[in-house]
Design a protein around this ligand. Structure first.
Ligand code: NAD
Ligand code: WQD
Length: 341
């Protein structure tokens, strides 16, 4: 039987790609988003690609009464994937209370409603940022969590703890998914990262520079102790990431889960430097990127990448895309955006 899944942050970058993966795996997603960092028009693309109409609620999850309406109208929701959050690390240091209020109140509301309405599975978007500085990579899920260097990072650490504590008191089970660096776009070229706020992550900065939205880009530091002096990260294609959510849901709904709350790293398991990313982009786009090397960006960690064995072994997750797929899809998406496709 097909199961209804509530996707919070459903019009956002990772949420919208997950809607597609859920439909492709016979789930019926319902989307909720307040449009703070995304546009509802992405649902038209999802519908075009899947042939399925998406039920969507334009609601702020910090409003518990409005949020409850979703459950009253859909009392048979089996699982929740909770993407909705504010995610700009730098901004969170300027307006920390906004981040704490939005990310934690919306989480607590949706958790309480999950229990009240007998939801079985609660999947949460966490981040490798919970590991903090100073851990040796590849990092596995048992690594201790260090001090989070931003209020955003703290909201992810607090959220994880709130979910673990609350799950013990409920009948549902939860999964914490710690993403490394999501990047890339849907292979159709119809959807990708399209934030209302300015893009700050490496891949969109590269494609925006190549298309001419930015004159040039800065590589933040070339004096790290890495193979070419630039920072190392684990870039994971957004479609592979989306699929891990479907697998995590199936894992819980098929009663395979042993722990009340389980944790999985989602990264490709390989680290690439900033200069290697730029070279990969130049190769697939056959362009020369206008970049210069600047100072280190405060707060950047030298190197971090995932040990993803647990997700592979237990969820059966097999990421299919490599860095070239990430760059190719991101570049096609950037060009299509500029043509208003
Ligand atoms: P996104 O900004 O594209 O999507 C988040 C969505 O949540 C947005 O559409 C926003 O409008 C919505 N939202 C925020 N607060 C809301 C509220 N109170 N009520 C309803 N909707 C609300 O971000 P994304 O990249 O798709 O990230 C999704 C999740 O993954 C976030 O929790 C983020 O912290 C986490 N994450 C992202 C990354 C990344 O680099 N993209 C890495 C690790 C973790
Ligand atoms: C990647 C690398 C930069 C832009 C952030 C969050 C993290 C998680 C993922 C949510 C770094 C370098 C970047 C540029 C550059 N998000 N860079 N020039 O910082 O690893 O992680 O997104 O949970 O919490 O902190 O990602 O894409 O910003 O940077 O040289 O213009 O690219 O220094 O080494 P980051 P990023």
């Amino acid at each position: 039987m097909t199961k209804k899944i509530l996707v919070t942050g459903g019009t956002g970058y990772i949420g919208s790609h997950t809607l597609i993966d859920l439909i492709e795996n016979q789930f019926i997603p319902i989307s909720v988003d307040n449009g703070y960092n995304s546009d509802v028009s992405v649902l038209k693309k999802v519908e075009q690609l899947t042939g399925h109409k998406i039920k969507h609620y334009n609601i702020d999850l910090c409003d518990v009464n409005l949020s409850e309406q979703i459950f009253i109208e859909n009392p048979d929701i089996s699982g929740i994937i909770h993407f909705a959050a504010l995610k700009a690390v730098g901004e969170s240091t300027e307006i920390p209370l906004k981040y704490y209020k939005n990310n934690l109140i919306s989480l607590m509301n949706i958790l309480e409603l999950s229990d009240k309405y007998n939801v079985k599975a609660f999947i949460f978007s966490s981040s490798c940022t919970v590991y903090g500085e100073g851990q040796l990579s590849p990092i596995d899920e048992n690594a201790s969590l260090a001090w989070a260097s931003s209020p955003y990072g703290s909201t992810k650490q607090f959220s994880e703890q709130i979910i673990k504590d609350y799950t013990l008191t409920t009948h549902f089970q939860s999964v914490l998914l710690r993403y490394f660096n999501p990047a890339g776009a849907h292979p159709s070229g119809l959807m990708g990262e399209s934030p209302k706020n300015i893009a700050l992550n490496l891949v969109p900065v590269i494609t925006e520079t190549a298309i001419g939205k930015r004159q040039k880009m800065t590589v933040y530091g070339e004096d790290y102790d890495t193979r070419d002096g630039t920072c190392i990260r684990d870039y994971i294609h957004v479609c592979d990431l989306a699929n891990a959510h479907t697998l995590a849901l199936q894992y819980v709904l098929d009663n395979q889960q042993i722990e009340k709350t389980d944790v999985f790293n989602l990264g490709i398991g390989e680290g690439l430097t900033v200069l290697e990313m730029i070279k990969a982009f130049e190769k697939i786009s056959k362009t020369s990127l206008n970049y210069f090397v600047g100072k280190r960006r405060p707060g950047d960690i030298q190197a971090i990448y995932a040990d993803n064995k647990k997700a592979r072994d237990i969820l059966g997750w097999k990421p299919k895309n490599n860095v070239e797929d990430i760059m190719r899809s991101a570049w096609i998406w950037e060009q299509n955006k500029s043509k208003n496709l």
